[in-house]
Design a protein around this ligand. Structure first.
Ligand SMILES: [Zn+2]
Length: 405
């Protein structure tokens, strides 16, 4: 299916607006025109000029009562779901996964690769690029997060150790030539031979250089900051931990404002006190991610992650040795966890899944309900924060049938 024309005409949505900025919710209107948000205003402040337009015959008004209207959720670290994985290198797999996440309110993702052979990574990038270019639902893909293979063999986490290697700037050159502007984050271990050159090339290409799966010392991370790294993936997971005489990657991430970071609040990856510590120290420099894999949205059982066997039991994905291997939840569940398990306010929780990740990845038209932004939004029931409706670029996507209206 080719991309089709975005809906034209003014759509008016009324509900309890959580605009993604962290502001308290308010009853108001969001108007949508040609795939973008045209205006947002509280009920009491509705300008007469806009109100008269609401009465015009071509305006369609939808009242969601006390349900929340939030920006579409943005997951910048996502490997798979609904039985599919980015590393399958198949358009059908990607579409299956995108349908699942879009139905759960995730309207933007970075398709995240895993450590694999170069031909396998080539294939994964080609499939994601083609889906983004040709499919309506491909607009959910904002680009790729290359996680590996330039990682530390000491901290493979769920990455296949066989294919871990030193940074190869030549590969990056090839990928950026084949898929211009498509790689958004390059995660690497900055202590490896060749990292400085790869980071310099990433910056030249407008790619965010991130530290992850790293055994770097505190001083090595500081040096990497001077080379241009600005982000660190899944804080505390698969990185040299904090020690009072060698603060490690964790110490550097927590202390240095130059670095934004990610937390996985699936209930398995981080102790609640670690979540609180990271949120307090990083504030608006930390987003939630899911790091979810193929088993998201599926039943418990045995799955494969980059050629490795993963056992999923009660939603926890682990290798046979007990190592955690990604998550099995959509980002809306992370938002619920932030509220229900970590005591965050709903506006804060939504901000960590919308405007903050948008800022980190420089998605300037996303993450807020604000005039001029893309009309990516979610209608959430107040009760249990269940996803009721999802809009992508001004078009409704039905969470039940997994089709555009
Ligand atoms: Zn990882």
């Amino acid at each position: 299916m080719m991309k089709r024309e975005r809906s034209v005409g003014r759509l008016v949505l009324k509900g309890t607006i959580l605009d993604g900025s962290g502001r308290e919710p308010f009853t108001g209107y969001v108007t949508v025109e040609q795939g973008r948000i045209a205006s947002v205003f509280p009920e009491a402040e509705a300008p007469a000029e806009v109100m008269s337009q609401l009465d015009s015959t071509d305006a369609q008004v939808l009242d969601f009562g006390n349900a929340y209207l939030t920006p579409g959720l943005i997951d910048i670290h996502l490997h798979g779901g609904a039985g599919a994985d980015v590393m399958d290198g198949s358009a059908d797999s990607l579409i299956q996964m995108l349908r699942y996440y879009l139905a759960h309110g995730t309207t933007s993702i970075l398709a995240t690769t895993l450590t694999a052979s170069k031909p396998d990574i080539d294939r994964a990038l080609a499939a994601a690029f083609s889906v983004q270019q040709t499919e309506r639902i491909g607009q959910v893909i904002q680009g790729v997060h290359l996680e590996g293979p330039f990682l530390s063999p000491k901290w493979p986490g769920a990455q296949h150790p066989q294919w871990i290697c030193n940074p190869q700037t030549g590969w990056l050159r090839e990928w950026t030539a084949r898929f211009p502007g498509f790689i958004r984050i390059l995660t690497l271990a900055p202590e490896l031979e060749g990292a400085e050159e790869a980071i310099a090339y990433a910056l030249e290409q407008n790619i965010i250089a991130a530290c992850g799966h790293s055994d770097a010392t505190y001083d090595q991370v500081r040096t990497a900051i001077s080379w241009g790294i600005t982000h660190a993936v899944h804080c505390c997971n698969a990185m040299r931990p904090f020690h009072h005489r060698e603060p490690g990657v964790v110490g550097a991430v927590l202390l240095h404002d130059e670095l934004s970071t990610e937390i996985n609040v699936d209930g398995y990856h981080l102790h609640p006190a670690a979540v609180e510590l990271i949120l307090r120290l990083k504030q608006d420099r930390v987003c939630v991610i899911t790091d979810s894999m193929r088993a998201a949205g599926m039943t418990d059982g045995v799955y494969h992650l980059a050629g490795l066997e993963v056992h999923v039991k009660q939603g926890a994905a682990r290798f046979a040795d007990g190592t955690i291997a990604g998550s099995t939840i959509p980002l809306v569940q992370s938002v619920r966890h932030l509220v229900q398990k970590h005591g965050k306010s709903l506006p804060e929780a939504v901000k960590h899944a919308t405007s903050i990740p948008a800022g980190i990845v420089k998605l300037h038209n996303k993450g807020l309900l604000k005039a001029g932004c893309d009309a990516d939004l979610v209608v959430l029931e107040q009760e249990g924060l269940q996803v009721k409706r999802v809009m992508l670029g001004g078009d409704w996507f039905d969470p039940e049938t997994h089709n555009f209206a």
